[in-house]
Design a protein around this ligand. Structure first.
Ligand code: ZN
Length: 408
């Protein structure tokens, strides 16, 4: 009986603290009165929790606002989160690139490491990431006691509860308990979280891009790389949501007669519009003696997306046709996702949409296929390409876990 009561008290304490900390995180600077009315908690509960957080250095009081508190006749002093009170490690692990960063509570990167070597073997990847984490933490000068969590993201289907990679069709990384393997590799006893790398990016945007998402209650994050994914986040505070579904937009079938996808089906969006699909089509064109400009740039070898976009810029018509097909399919899929879910904002991280010409083309096709009145139109935001967006997303995953679970 007593144990049960103890558990309940802990649960209430945790959920109150988590709710307060989430609001402070998202709305800083904020007053105790705003917290009380927003959360429906009493002022004594708010004051007690806030005082504990101030003592622990997680939040601090700011100078008094102009107005006076009506009831107490004292100046109202808002509180804000102390960004450097906690540090986190974010990791993105892919066979083609591993990236690691050490960030503060606000996602400001203190130190980062990027490794672009091709590593397919799972254990080699884990070992390499652990080495990079140790190096980055040491270089940051942040002591391990101040690292409050590590967030790792990988492509494919992951079970973030069991911290398990369930399915990964790029390489043989299936049914791997990733967090356990990192804990062993690092000798780290703190919290290690796991998330899909597109969902992690969405969480990164939710936490660190307040200027884009302020007041927004739902958004989607279209991530185009060697695969394509589009997690959708319901963003309503105070419970701020989670990514809905698998977000596997890449395996939406666009053309049942289309090219074979690595999942085994035909004509998936990924087989038509991912970076890999564009690279493959361009390489084939070069091998067939077409795409002369690109052929000169890449010397007959498999071109990179950067080289392809350069050839397009220089007027290579064959490359332009391939890029346009990818954009057409990407735009159709986006319009379908928009029609189905109608989020407030869709964020795009897609190198192929970096140029104004490609973006205009993309907008022209989505405009034609989105079913909505002008006033209901979803806002599209194109994010600059950032090699650290995945690692930073990993840090966001770790921060979300911390906001939910740490009891002071
Ligand atoms: Zn597929």
């Amino acid at each position: 009986m007593l144990i049960e009561q103890g558990n309940n008290l802990t649960r209430v304490k945790r959920s109150n603290q988590a709710a307060i900390r989430r609001l402070v995180y998202h709305y800083s600077p904020v007053t105790r009165g705003q917290l009380a009315s927003e959360l429906g908690l009493t002022m004594p509960t708010i004051t007690k929790n806030v005082n504990m957080m101030i003592q622990a250095g997680v939040v601090r009081e700011l100078d008094a606002l102009g107005g006076e508190s009506k009831t107490l006749g004292r100046k109202v002093r808002p509180i804000e989160l102390v960004a450097d009170s906690r540090y986190f490690v974010g990791v993105e692990m892919r066979s083609t690139r591993r990236s690691v960063c050490v960030t503060d509570y606000r996602g400001e990167i203190a130190v980062y490491r990027i490794d672009n070597n091709l590593l397919v073997d799972y254990q080699e990847n884990v070992d390499c990431c652990c080495r990079m984490i140790r190096e980055a933490v040491e270089a940051s000068g942040v002591s391990w006691e101040k690292i409050y969590g590590i967030g790792i993201c990988v492509p494919g289907l992951v079970d973030s509860g069991d911290k398990l990679i369930r399915k990964n069709s790029h390489y043989d990384w299936e049914m791997r308990y990733l967090a356990k393997d990192f804990a062993a590799g690092l000798g780290y006893a703190g919290e290690i979280s796991l998330e899909n790398n597109a969902s992690a990016r969405a969480y990164g945007a939710q936490l660190f891009r307040r200027e884009l998402l302020n007041g927004v209650t739902s958004f989607a994050y279209m991530f185009v790389s060697s695969g394509i994914a589009c997690p959708i986040i319901y963003n309503a505070l105070p419970d701020y949501g989670v990514a809905v579904g698998a977000g596997e937009a890449g395996h939406m079938v666009m053309d049942p007669e289309g090219p074979l996808c690595r999942c085994g089906n035909r004509g998936c969006l990924e087989a038509l519009a991912s970076e890999q699909a564009v690279i493959r089509s361009c390489h084939r064109a070069v091998n067939m003696g077409q795409a002369k400009t690109l052929s000169d740039i890449c010397g007959g070898k498999e071109p990179s997306l950067k080289e392809i976009l350069e050839a397009q810029e220089m007027g290579d018509r064959d490359v332009e046709a391939i890029v346009d097909t990818a954009i057409f399919n990407l735009a159709l899929a986006t319009a379908n996702i928009d029609n189905l879910t109608r989020p407030d904002v869709i964020l795009f991280e897609a190198e192929i949409l970096n140029s104004q010409r490609n973006r205009d083309k993309f907008m022209e096709i989505t405009d034609k296929n989105v079913y909505a009145g002008t006033a209901d139109r979803t806002r599209f935001e194109f994010l600059p390409t950032d090699p650290l967006s995945g690692a930073r997303g990993g840090a966001a995953v770790a921060i979300r876990v911390n906001l939910e679970s740490e009891i002071i």
